[in-house]
Write a protein of this length. Structure first.
Ligand code: COA
Length: 172
C-alpha cells in the first residue's frame, strides 16, 4: 500500500453518517465472523448520540475522504477503525499516536481475540496485554483481549500478562 497524506482533526456532528458507514464497512471486512448485533439505524444513533457527543473523536482524512477514526472515553480507546481500502498505509499508526497525545497518561483498548491483525498492530506499537476474557462481558459474546497502551509506565497495580504480551487465540 502506498504511503498517503494523513490529516487529523476532531470529529464533528456532520461526520456521523460517513463514520457510521466506515465503521460498519471496516468491521464487516476485518471481522466477517462477528455477529452483527446492531443494524445501520441503531449504529447511526450510537455514533451521533454516544460517540460524537460524549467521546473524544479523532478523524483521519486525506483531503478527499475519511480514512479512519479513533474515539476515547476516559482511559479507554473505545474505537479504532480504518476504512478497509486504507488499511496498511499508516492510518492506524497515526490515529494511535494522536490518541497518545490526547491521553498522555496512557489508555487501554479491547480487541477481539480472533482479530489477529488488530492484535499484531497493537503489540507492534507497544501496547501490552493485561487481560483476556471469555466474551461474556461483550454484546457479541466473543472472547477478547485487553491491552494497556501506556507511553511511560503501566498504571499502578496493572501488570503485563505473563505470556510475553501476546494474546492467544481461544485461550480466554
Ligand atoms: C487494526 C487497524 C486499526 C490497523 O490500522 P492500519 O492503518 O491498517 O495499520 P498501519 O498501516 O498504521 O500499521 C501500523 C503497524 O502495525 C503493524 N501491522 C499492521 N497490520 C499488520 C498485520 N496485518 N500484520 C502484522 N503487523 C501489522 C505493523 O507494525 C505496522 O507498521 P509498518 O507498516 O511500519 O510495518 C486496521 O486494520 C483496522 O481498522 N482494522 C479493522 C478494525 C479493527 O480491528 N479495530 C480494532 C483495532 S484495536
Amino acid at each position: 500500500m502506498v504511503a498517503r497524506e494523513i490529516a487529523l482533526r476532531a470529529g464533528v456532528a456532520s461526520d456521523a453518517v460517513p463514520l457510521t458507514d466506515l465503521y460498519l464497512r471496516s468491521r464487516r471486512t476485518a471481522m466477517p465472523w462477528l455477529p452483527s448485533v446492531h443494524d445501520q439505524a441503531e449504529t447511526l444513533w450510537w455514533m451521533r448520540q454516544i460517540v460524537l457527543t460524549g467521546q473524544d473523536v479523532i478523524v483521519a482524512e486525506d483531503g478527499h475522504r475519511l480514512l479512519g477514526f479513533a474515539a476515547l472515553d476516559g482511559q479507554w480507546l473505545e474505537q479504532l477503525y480504518v476504512d478497509s481500502e486504507a488499511q496498511g498505509s499508516g492510518v492506524g499508526r497515526a490515529l494511535l499516536a494522536a490518541a497518545k497525545e490526547v491521553r498522555p497518561g496512557g489508555f487501554s483498548l479491547r480487541v477481539f481475540t480472533r482479530n489477529t491483525r488488530a492484535r499484531l498492530f497493537s503489540e507492534s506499537l507497544g501496547c501490552v496485554l493485561t487481560e483476556q476474557s471469555d466474551g461474556s462481558r461483550n454484546e457479541e459474546n466473543e472472547p477478547d483481549c485487553t491491552y494497556s497502551c501506556a507511553p511511560v509506565a503501566l498504571p499502578p497495580g496493572m501488570r503485563p500478562h505473563p505470556d510475553s504480551g501476546r494474546c492467544r487465540d481461544g485461550d480466554a
